[in-house]
Design a protein around this ligand. Structure first.
Ligand SMILES: Nc1ncnc2c1ncn2[C@@H]1O[C@H](COP(=O)(O)OP(=O)(O)OP(=O)(O)O)[C@@H](O)[C@H]1O
Ligand SMILES: [Mg+2]
Length: 277
């Protein structure tokens, strides 16, 4: 029998009120075990990006605590934790005029001194790793010297994935990583992300708008609306009725509890079952 995977990301009572008064997150509690591919779904403005950015310290919550790999995220630990938490973006966030190779190597920058980074000096092992990941994501050697901005969207996201894995992350945050791509390429990219994460037993937290992809790739689906987690379960449990509630029925208007955590009573067993690869 497999041991229960350890908690990799833990959000305790996370709240975020922006200076203009917008309540983007309202007391969110979330535990994501090691190795899980956790998909965040929810309508626009639900707080998905805000939640992802809480995990790597890009967004300072107004309340609550974030723990990654057993360490609380604080100004003192943020730098060290950033090395463990990689991010993949919807619009790739590549340096479009720089080469593909330079973009992938930039994923190692948190581990390189400023002087070396300014000289473009990377350790041979880092260069070998960049080549490994470029191959892993299906790019060819002749892509290496091309400007990243010349690549197709799907190829650019492959570069984004290779960059994200340069420091052997424990956690990969992906904020709508396939929103700009066609359905076939989207599936390929998510498969790459899932498989690369499995190789490392890395935890993935990935926001998506495509429900079919969420069901296909997620070990678990977390549904958010108005800054709150309103569904937390397996893809099988996320049926049409729950989908409609998440996207179309703001008040869940049938008198049922607002939060929907199927099998919450079987929590330990479920988390073990959903523990990834
Ligand atoms: N810097 C900011 N200042 C003020 N309000 C913000 C800021 N960033 C986000 N918000 C607000 O916080 C709420 C949550 O935004 P967030 O970007 O997390 O939603 P989302 O679920 O990622 O939406 P989408 O699916 O459109 O990306 C929204 O009401 C948004 O307008
Ligand atoms: Mg967003």
């Amino acid at each position: 029998m497999n041991a229960t995977p350890q908690t990799m990301v833990q959000l305790n009572g996370i709240g975020k009120t922006w200076p203009d008064g917008t309540r983007a997150l309202n007391t969110v509690d979330l535990e994501v075990p090691e190795g899980q591919f956790c998909v965040i779904l929810g309508p626009s403005g639900a707080g998905k990006s805000t939640l992802l950015r809480a995990v790597n310290g890009l967004m300072q919550p107004t309340e609550g605590k974030v723990n990654v790999d057993g360490i609380e995220l604080t100004p003192g630990t943020e730098k060290a934790l950033r090395k463990k938490v990689a991010m993949i973006h919807q619009h790739f966030n590549l340096a479009t005029r720089a080469s593909v190779a330079a973009n992938v190597l930039s994923g190692a920058l948190p581990d390189v001194s400023l002087a070396r980074a300014l000289c473009g000096w990377f350790h041979p092992e880092q260069r070998a790793k960049a080549c490994h990941y470029l191959e892993r994501v299906g790019l060819k050697p002749d892509h290496l010297r091309r400007r990243a901005g010349e690549l197709s969207g799907g190829q650019q996201q492959r570069v984004g994935i290779a960059r994200a894995f340069m420091l052997d992350p424990k956690v990969v945050l992906a904020d709508e990583p396939v929103a700009s791509l066609d359905p076939k390429i989207s599936r390929d990219i998510l498969a790459l992300l899932r498989d690369a994460a499995r190789d490392l037993n890395a935890t993935v937290i990935c926001s998506l708008h495509q429900v079919d992809l969420a069901r296909e790739f997620g070990d678990r689906i977390v549904g958010m609306r108005d800054g709150e987690v309103v569904f937390d379960g397996t893809p099988d449990e996320f049926d049409e009725q729950r989908l409609n509630r998440l996207y179309h029925n703001a008040d869940w208007g049938d008198g049922e509890p607002r939060e929907d955590h199927p099998e919450a009573e079987a929590e330990p067993a479920r988390h073990a079952a959903m523990g990834g690869a």
